[in-house]
Design a protein around this ligand. Structure first.
Ligand SMILES: Cc1cc2nc3c(=O)[nH]c(=O)nc-3n(C[C@H](O)[C@H](O)[C@H](O)COP(=O)(O)OP(=O)(O)OC[C@H]3O[C@@H](n4cnc5c(N)ncnc54)[C@H](O)[C@@H]3O)c2cc1C
Length: 382
C-alpha cells in the first residue's frame, strides 16, 4: 500500500511503524511540518495503571518505551497547605520530545520515511498523489478535519476554563494536583516529573478567576511571575519555564464519521480528551493499533476504514465521556473548595468521573475511604 501520513505525532509515528511491521513492502511517508527537534510542551503523562494499555496491545513497543519513563505509584492532592497522598493510582510520564525522538528512531529503522519541514496544506498536494490511504493526524487543530467538517460531522465544545502549559525545574515526587485559594479564585496546577530534573506544570483557572486576576491583560513575563507567587510554596524557589506557553481554552472535539474516500482521522485530529485524565497520547496510540489491525484483515481501504470506526468507537467513547465529565469538575473548583473539607474535596476529585465508586475507592486507598466515611457514616455500612 502507498500510505501518506500528515503529522509525525505519536499517532502518525506509531501507525506507520505498525504498518511497516505488518508488511515491510508498504510505501509509507510521514509529512511533518516541524523540524526534527521541535516540539511544543513538556512532558506527557499516562494514567490508568501506567502503561498497561500498551503492554496488552504491543509488548515490543512497551519494552521499547517503558525504560525511558518516570513512574510512580501514587497521586497527591494539595488543598492549600493540606497534602493528601492517594494510593492505588499508577502513572508514567516522559518528555514529549524524548518520546517523539524514540518513536522517530523506531519508525525510521523499520523503513518509514519521516519528512520534516514538510507542511501539507491541501489534500490535493502532489505529495499525496496516488496514495491508497491518507491519514490526517495533524493534531487538535487539524485542517484535514476542519476543511471537511461536513463530511466528518465534527462537533466542537469549547470549554470555559483557561489553562497554560508550563514546565519547572522542580522534580515532584508524584503526579500532583495542587489547588490554591486566592482572593481572585482558585488556581490549580497539574504537575508531574517527566525527567529527573524537569516537571510539567500546567496551570488551570476558571474564566472569572483569570479575569479577576487581570491575567487577560498581563504580559507573558508577568504571568509567569504571578503564577510563581501563587504556587511559591509548591515550587520551593524553582522557576516556572515557558515553551511557547499561552492561555488557551480546551476544545472537546468529536467526529461522527471518521473517514471519507481514502482519508481517515486519528489521534487529536479525531477527538480531544482533556489532559486531566492523562489519556490523549494513549488514545492516539490506541487509534493507531486498531487502524493497523483492520489492515491486517483486509486490503480493501473502504471496508477497513469502516471497520476501524466500528471497532474503535465504543471503547474510545467511554474514555472520551470520562474526560468530558472530568473537565467539568474543574469548572467550579472555587465553589467546591469553599464548600468542601480537604478530605471531601480529594474524594470528590477521585470519584469525579463515576468510574471509581466507594468500593473501588476503598480498594485503592483505604485511608481516604475511611476518612470520608467518618464524615459520611452512611457509607461505612455499605
Ligand atoms: C496542555 C496539554 C497537555 C497535555 N497533556 C497530556 C498528558 O499529560 N498526557 C497525554 O497523554 N496527553 C496529553 N496531551 C495531549 C497529547 O499531547 C495529544 O493527545 C497527543 O500528542 C496526540 O497525538 P497526535 O499524534 O494525535 O497529535 P500531535 O501530537 O498534536 O501531533 C500532530 C503533529 O502534526 C503536525 N502537523 C500539524 N499540521 C501539519 C501540517 N499541515 N502538515 C504536516 N504536519 C502537520 C504537528 O507539527 C505535530 O507534530 C496534552 C495536550 C495539551 C494541549
Amino acid at each position: 500500500m502507498k500510505i501518506r501520513i500528515i503529522g509525525a505525532g505519536p499517532a502518525g509515528l506509531y501507525f506507520a511503524s505498525l504498518m511497516k511491521r505488518q508488511n515491510p513492502n508498504h510505501d509509507i511517508v510521514i509529512h511533518e511540518r516541524g523540524p526534527r527537534g521541535a516540539t511544543w510542551g513538556f512532558g506527557v503523562v499516562f494514567s490508568d495503571r501506567a502503561l498497561e494499555f500498551l503492554r496488552a496491545d504491543d509488548e515490543e513497543m512497551y519494552q521499547y518505551l517503558a525504560p525511558h519513563m518516570e513512574t510512580w505509584p501514587n497521586l497527591t492532592i494539595v488543598y492549600n497547605d493540606t497534602t493528601i497522598p492517594i494510593t492505588g493510582n499508577g502513572f508514567a510520564a516522559i518528555g514529549r520530545l524524548h518520546m517523539l525522538q524514540l518513536m522517530y528512531a523506531y519508525a525510521e529503522k523499520l523503513g518509514v520515511q519521516v519528512q520534516f519541514d514538510s507542511e501539507i496544506l491541501s489534500l490535493k498536494d502532489e505529495k499525496l498523489a496516488g496514495a491508497d490511504l491518507v491519514v490526517g493526524c495533524n493534531g487538535a487543530f487539524s485542517w484535514v478535519r476542519a476543511e471537511n467538517e461536513d463530511k466528518f460531522g465534527t462537533i466542537y465544545d469549547w470549554r470555559p476554563n483557561k489553562f497554560i502549559w508550563y514546565g519547572t525545574t522542580k522534580a515532584f515526587d508524584s503526579l500532583s494536583l495542587t489547588f490554591r485559594e486566592t482572593d481572585k479564585g482558585v488556581f490549580c496546577a497539574h504537575h508531574y516529573r517527566f525527567a529527573p530534573d524537569m516537571s510539567t506544570f500546567l496551570v488551570e483557572v476558571e474564566d472569572v478567576t483569570w479575569k479577576n486576576a487581570g491575567l487577560d491583560q498581563m504580559s507573558p513575563e508577568d504571568t509567569i511571575r504571578y503564577c510563581e507567587k501563587v504556587f511559591a510554596k509548591d515550587l520551593d524557589g524553582h522557576p516556572i519555564v515557558s515553551n511557547n506557553s499561552y492561555w488557551r481554552n480546551f476544545p472537546a472535539i468529536w467526529n461522527q464519521h471518521w473517514s471519507f474516500d481514502n482519508v481517515v482521522l486519528m489521534g487529536d485530529a479525531l477527538r480531544t480528551a482533556h489532559f486531566s485524565i492523562g489519556s490523549g497520547t494513549r488514545l492516539a496510540m490506541e487509534d493507531a493499533v486498531v487502524l493497523a489491525k483492520v489492515f491486517k484483515d483486509t486490503g480493501d481501504v473502504k471496508a477497513a476504514l469502516s471497520r476501524y470506526q466500528e471497532l474503535r468507537q465504543p471503547p474510545m467513547k467511554k474514555i472520551w465521556d470520562a474526560a468530558n465529565i472530568s473537565l467539568r469538575w474543574y469548572e467550579d473548583m472555587t465553589d467546591k473548595m469553599k464548600r468542601m473539607s480537604p478530605v471531601e474535596f480529594a474524594y470528590s476529585y477521585m470519584t469525579r468521573t463515576g468510574r471509581v465508586d466507594h468500593a473501588e475507592m476503598r480498594r485503592r486507598d483505604p485511608n481516604l475511604a475511611a476518612a470520608f466515611e467518618k464524615l459520611h457514616p452512611e457509607l461505612a455500612a455499605k
